[in-house]
Design a protein. Structure first.
Length: 637
């Protein structure tokens, strides 16, 4: 029996050795169909590099910029690239990891640096991140961000970029570094910034790709592997604002940061000719609102090292960009960019994937039938869902726990490039055994500065023709927003029953920290009507404001204090700014009423991408001779 067992084992071993070359050949064949396997001579590390004919014929000598990550701090890379362009430094290759990969894609695709700067200094990019419910794969859903990156880039595939571009990821399946050099932006970029728990791990073709930051935050070695002769590296290392690490989250984060900086610094020192270090450690990875400051830091640090860079270029006989006759301009204007920005503003993007997103509101009333400029206080949880794909955009909204209130809105995007069809429905169970049913249909025209709507609504069995619109314009530090709605009864009904609501807000910047904010609401609606006016007068209990409002106005003087370094709580919530404001409100119906008061608002962020506010105010009603106070919370996820 023992002899037969040994014989069987020997036969199995023989078969394994016999079949091993065949298995390896099949595996290699699979690999060779998508990527090359390269071993670094200096470190013996294995790299999987996507096949690209462009990298096989890279011009010599070549200059690469290795863009390091660091969350919002890595926006220093935009300033660095801006300085290199101004100084005529040639950039033949950009390699990015983590947030550096996002900047690398924008720059490598040919987007002018001015457009990149304009794009990242708005709140557009962070607003494209969605909270993920349930949190099975990650806290944040990134599909919209990847889709947005592809939409705004002049070229949509890496292999078509005017500047050679590569993105670095780490493959968990094989334990190797993975380099993206071809494919759609929305497909390839995810793995470079996928951080477990926060952002979803990318998986395809049996690979599981994530952010390589712990091993190579600045991809200088990757740039050398791809054939660069001179590497300019950038850094935006983190430093925790603590001196003790007794709490588990602090200890773990500190440990990760130490390993990340040690590994990256060794690679930078070994494979870089120039390193542009940006001292942003005191800032948070969530500080996207400080994008302009980060760009300025990167720009200034790069400018300091221009003499050193020019010396190395001269020593290696690498001409400046203007001296290279064969070089072509890498700046390509994307004619669709203004349209994309406008579509984001008005929520008109057509996604090529199914977007299912739960929505949660608290503190301000949300309704598809009311204006958006000013929202009434409502300390009741509102929740629902968004379902989007292609031209269809469906929103469901309810509140409370008895489901006796429901609103839906279906938007058909793109009847024409500038017109959408929007249908609305409102169901509410009244205290009496009756159901309040309202519905409407309208066409909306969109312009970057204004919108105009025309349609019909049925409110409590009364048919109205509906006209409405919004506008927004800015001139320097002056910003004006307005919104108007007119409801006219059908012909044959009493036209004197027409209802209107007009709202306007003005923001006048006074220096760096002060702003004057006049507000106006002009309306003849009652507060208990579905399309009623918003209440901005703070001198009496808002629940009692059931009479028709002719005019409400308010003027605020705001002082905004922005923290040099955001205050962080639980490693995910940051306090950005605190606003202290004084106000004078007026309300006119039969006689004028006046109120004055003071308030404070704290602007916070969840993970740097979802803003919300908390605060309160006290007001003195001059007519009643009494004080009123209120807490204010505006939560919208």
């Amino acid at each position: 029996m023992k002899y037969k067992k040994n014989k069987l084992i020997n036969l199995m071993v023989f078969l394994v050795f016999l079949l091993q070359p065949m298995l390896l050949q099949v595996h290699a064949s699979e690999n060779n169909s998508t990527y090359d396997v390269i071993e670094s001579k200096e470190t013996n590390e294995i790299f999987y590099i996507q096949k690209s004919d462009r990298f096989k014929c890279i011009k010599k000598p070549s200059v690469a910029v290795a863009l390091g990550g660091g969350g919002a701090r890595a926006l220093v890379n935009v300033g660095i690239l801006k300085a290199l362009e101004e100084e005529d430094i040639p950039v033949d290759l950009v390699v990015g990891s983590s947030m550096g990969a996002i900047v690398a894609v924008l720059y490598g695709s040919g987007m002018p640096i001015e457009e990149i700067e304009q794009l990242v200094t708005t709140d557009i990019l962070p607003s494209m991140f969605d909270l993920n419910f349930p949190f099975t794969r990650s806290v944040i859903d990134t599909k919209r961000v990847n889709f947005f990156m592809e939409k705004v880039s002049p070229h949509k595939r890496l292999e078509d970029f005017p500047i050679l571009t590569a993105l670095l990821s780490y493959d968990l399946t094989n334990g190797v570094k993975y380099v993206h050099t071809s494919g759609d932006i929305s497909r390839e970029i995810q793995g470079s910034y996928a951080i477990p728990i926060f952002f979803p791990i990318d998986s395809y073709n049996g690979l599981f790709l994530m952010d390589p930051g712990i091993l190579e935050l600045t991809p200088a070695q990757t740039a050398k592997i791809l054939g660069a002769d001179m590497v300019i590296s950038t850094t935006a290392f983190d430093e925790l604002p603590y001196s003790t690490y007794g709490f588990p989250i602090r200890a773990w984060t500190r440990f990760i940061n130490l390993i990340k900086e040690k590994n990256s610094q060794e690679i930078i020192n070994r494979f870089s000719e120039i390193t542009i270090n940006c001292d942003v450690g005191d800032y948070s990875f969530m500080d996207y609102h400080l994008a302009a400051d980060f760009i300025a830091m990167g720009y200034n640090e790069a400018k300091k090292l221009i003499p050193n860079i020019n010396k190395i270029l001269k020593d290696r006989n690498i001409p400046l960009k203007s001296e290279q006759k064969s070089i072509k301009s890498s700046n390509y204007l994307n004619p669709d960019l203004p349209k994309v920005i406008s579509d984001i503003k008005y929520q008109r993007l057509k996604y090529n994937f199914t977007r299912i997103k739960p929505i949660v509101y608290f503190g301000r009333e949300q309704s598809f039938f009311k204006q958006d400029l000013f929202k009434d206080e409502l300390f009741s949880l509102q929740y629902g869902m968004i379902l989007q794909k292609g031209s269809a955009d469906l929103k469901l909204l309810t509140r409370g726990k008895h489901f006796d209130y429901l609103e839906t809105q279906l938007k058909v995007i793109g009847l024409t490039p500038s017109i959408d069809l929007i249908g609305k429905l409102h169901l509410e169970q009244q205290k009496e055994p009756s159901l309040d049913l309202s519905y409407g249909l309208n066409l909306t025209y969109y312009n970057p500065d204004f919108t105009f709507s025309l349609g019909w609504v049925n409110i409590k069995k009364i048919n109205y023709l509906y006209n409405g619109g919004t506008f927004e314009r800015s001139w320097g530090k002056l910003n004006i927003k307005g919104e108007g709605s007119l409801y006219t009864p059908y012909p044959g009904q009493d036209v004197s029953n027409s209802k209107y609501v007009y709202s306007q807000a003005v923001n006048i910047g006074l220096g760096k920290s002060f702003a004057l904010k006049p507000k106006l609401v002009w309306s003849n609606t009652e507060n208990n009507v579905l399309f009623s006016h918003p209440i901005i007068y703070r001198g009496f209990d808002q629940e009692l404001a059931t009479t028709q409002m002719l005019v409400q106005s308010s003027i605020e003087l705001d002082y905004k204090y922005r923290f040099p370094y955001s205050l962080e709580f639980f490693q995910c919530i940051q306090l950005k700014e605190v606003s202290w404001y004084q106000f004078i409100d007026t309300h006119y119906n039969i006689k004028p009423l006046y109120a004055l008061g003071s308030g404070v608002t704290c602007d916070l962020n969840l993970l740097g991408i979802k803003p919300f506010s908390f605060g309160g105010y006290v007001a003195y009603d001059l007519e009643k001779g009494s004080w009123r106070s209120s807490l204010a919370l505006d939560l919208s996820f």
